[in-house]
Write a protein that binds this ligand. Structure first.
Ligand code: SF4
Length: 444
């Protein structure tokens, strides 16, 4: 039983590091606490409760988590401080020893954050506690469908991963792949519509692996969500290439609301490196997927994750990656320098890339990414497009995205508050000043 009286008239501050999934989960924590009578502390107002949702994707992320905890403790000296998320799961003892931390909750416990929080709040002691279970025992699924302060909703359809790529700690931090039922996700999408949601992004760790828990298929989830009235747009945050089936690509091409927009992690364009990473595909399979998408959706925006400088990536392997990506009809590269993670099997690969080489490789790929994105945007100058606009600060330009994820800018003179969360037909003009968007020429 949760004692709601302990939360009455309390103020909470939230801080999130890491991926979209974390942001979505934090905003669900906020929603649950507000149902208990807790309001979000205004900027500069001291909080009674601090919730910090951490990430551990790199050593820089770990460092940022510690810094964020120190800062929140300093700014809210009397607050009850709860730390959860991937770093909390992987290093619970270390986190619980940071001065000011009261409670550390691992990945299995965060689904019951309110219960743990109310118990610990009532029996507040000077000794911080941590509650985590071993990776293999992480079984709970913390549902999450939230808007946060953005226009789009983020619907968590899956958690955990069974792939164990050699460089990655996510399976250790989040546990094995698991998912809720299609019926419960459809119900959450319908609720998002009732709250005014027009666009929903499907999030998860390894989304294409959806269905293991419930014996369902990801394609059937996509079909069921496509039928939810009121949702105009869906995007899939990321799909492993080996799980992006031709059937799914073909369905998206003729679907009502799934957008021509894909985000696919490649990581390396060298088969040698892909094998060292224990990825589940080779470069030929990846190229085939890109060709298939472009064949049935020539306007599709394709974002690709690439990791540079991982162990085993010799200069020749990197050149293979570069020429491979250069040859592919993709739109944007998300480039991540490899970071050594304790406990991962990548550490046994002897060939190590220097930081200077990692930087140089990142810069080359980022320059290639800019070229590709600009060439993609260029094709749409002068064309009409439907844009979903997002909230803007008064007096500033408004932004939004086309169906195929081109960022669009509406000048302050043309912006109107009631365009927020509206689908509007526009004509696309030239690039904006820093080439991060196309300007709106006129609104229909
Ligand atoms: S697919 Fe690989 S990189 Fe992605 S979460 Fe799973 S183990 Fe990590």
């Amino acid at each position: 039983m949760i004692d709601t009286s302990v939360f009455q008239d309390k103020r909470a501050a939230y801080f999130t590091l890491g991926c979209k999934l974390n942001f979505s989960e934090t905003s669900t924590f906020g929603k649950m606490l507000s149902e208990m009578g807790v309001r979000t502390a205004a900027k500069g107002e001291p909080a009674d409760i601090c919730v910090i949702n951490t990430c551990s994707v790199t050593d820089v992320a770990d460092h940022k988590c510690r810094q964020a905890i120190h800062r929140l403790v300093r700014e809210n000296p009397d607050a009850f401080v709860v730390v959860t998320g991937c770093y909390a799961q992987l290093e619970p003892e270390k986190v619980s020893k940071i001065a000011g931390v009261d409670l550390v909750l691992g990945s299995n416990e965060k689904a019951n954050l309110i219960q743990f929080l109310s118990d610990a709040f009532i029996n507040r002691s000077d000794t911080p506690s941590y509650k985590t279970v071993k990776t293999k025992d992480i079984k709970t699924f913390a549902p999450s469908c939230s808007r946060g302060n953005r226009t789009r909703f983020f619907l968590k359809v899956q958690d955990g991963c069974d792939y164990f790529c050699t460089y990655c700690t996510i399976p250790y931090a989040r546990g094995f792949s698991r998912n809720p039922s299609i019926a419960s996700l459809v119900a959450q999408a319908e609720e998002a519509v009732s709250e005014g949601g027009k666009e929903i992004v499907l999030t998860g760790v390894n989304i294409g692996d959806f269905g293991k828990t419930t014996n369902e298929r990801f394609l059937d989830l996509v079909k069921a969500l496509d039928g939810v009235e009121g949702v105009s747009r869906y995007r899939i945050s990321s799909l492993e290439p080996d799980l992006l089936t031709d059937e799914l690509i073909d369905y998206c091409a003729q679907s009502r609301a799934f957008m021509p927009h894909f985000h696919i992690p490649l990581q390396s364009g060298s088969d040698t490196v892909l094998r060292l990473m224990h990825r589940h595909y080779d470069r030929q399979l990846f190229a085939d997927k890109i060709h298939r998408i472009k064949e049935v959706m020539p306007d599709a925006f394709i974002g690709v994750d690439v990791m540079v400088g991982c162990r085993g990536e010799t200069p020749e392997c990197f050149e293979e990656t570069y020429t491979f990506l250069d040859s592919l009809d993709v739109t944007q590269l998300h480039v991540f320098p490899y970071s050594e993670r304790p406990g991962t099997s990548a550490l046994s690969i002897p060939y190590v890339v220097s930081d200077a080489d990692k930087r140089e490789r990142s810069q080359r790929l980022l320059a290639l990414s800019d070229q590709k994105t600009h060439a993609f945007y260029q094709k749409y100058i002068g064309q009409e497009a439907e844009v979903l606009f997002e909230k803007a600060t008064r007096g500033r330009a408004m932004h939004g995205f086309t169906r195929n994820y081109i960022r669009v800018e509406l000048s302050p003179a043309m912006a109107r508050e009631d365009y927020d969360n509206q689908l509007i037909q526009v004509r696309l003009g030239d690039f904006n000043h820093d080439k991060t968007a196309l300007k709106v020429e006129w609104i229909k």
